[in-house]
Design a protein around this ligand. Structure first.
Ligand SMILES: [Zn+2]
Length: 232
């Protein structure tokens, strides 16, 4: 490939390379850059016209990449940043004041701290998420008590545990460990992880008996698991 030049197009500036290919190749790179590889004999006017015809596709590609990049970005703790709770995105509104605390009002996390700084907001929001994780997980786990009693299984008891690569685990004595990060996922996903771990109280391994029980208790678990994996 020859040296690249910048070309003005209807989709903004593009990086244009020339090659021995016979047709124009248009790609959008993960950072949104429009990358063009054109035959040596095509004119810039031709290239610009062809890019114009693919405008909608280019915009769509950029949107997809922007969504992916946003999801991978480290969480920010400043006003306007988005954070997930129960599968929904909420923006932060941070201000300095008294008394400090976090409230979910009108689609916003309204965070008040002594100085209104990002580190303070991070501590406050993490504490809020953790307490909501306890509330959500406890009430959802309680719904399994009679199910466990009917099967002579120990009463499930919640433990929060940060696990880098897992949403949950369990112990035969009834302890159910759930990752507090799970409270950011849709409720249906939380219920699936709990069903999975509760089924382990009966069958500790991922054997046929385990999956048979899981199929009975959460018939659509495969689709929900796939959804949960997209969140990671
Ligand atoms: Zn398992």
């Amino acid at each position: 490939m020859s040296d690249a030049v910048t070309l003005a197009t209807p989709a903004g500036p593009a990086v244009l390379h020339r090659s021995n290919r016979t047709t124009l190749a248009i790609s959008v790179l993960p950072d949104g850059t429009l990358d063009l590889v054109a035959p040596h004999d095509s004119t810039e006017a031709d290239i610009v016209a062809k890019v114009g015809k693919r405008l909608r596709w280019i915009v769509r590609q950029r949107t997809t990449f922007a969504d992916m990049n946003r999801d991978r970005m480290p969480l920010r703790y400043e006003s306007g940043a988005t954070h997930r709770y129960l599968g929904r995105q909420y923006r932060l509104k941070i201000r300095k004041g008294e008394p400090s605390g976090v409230r979910l009002i009108g689609g916003y996390f309204q965070i008040v701290t002594a100085n209104g700084t990002p580190p303070e907001a991070e501590v406050a929001l993490n504490a809020w998420m953790r307490s909501k994780a306890v509330d959500q997980f406890t009430s959802r786990l309680a719904q399994w008590e009679s199910w466990c009693a009917a099967r002579k299984l120990p009463t499930p008891r919640l433990r929060l545990l940060r696990m880098p690569k897992r949403w949950g685990s369990s112990h035969r004595d009834g302890r159910i460990y759930l990752n507090p990060e799970l409270v950011k996922a849709p409720a249906i996903c939380i219920d699936y992880v709990i069903a999975h771990e509760v089924c382990h109280l009966k069958h500790p391994l991922h054997d046929r008996a385990f999956f048979k029980l899981l199929d009975q208790t959460a018939p659509n678990w495969r689709a929900i698991k796939a959804r949960l994996e997209q969140l990671q």
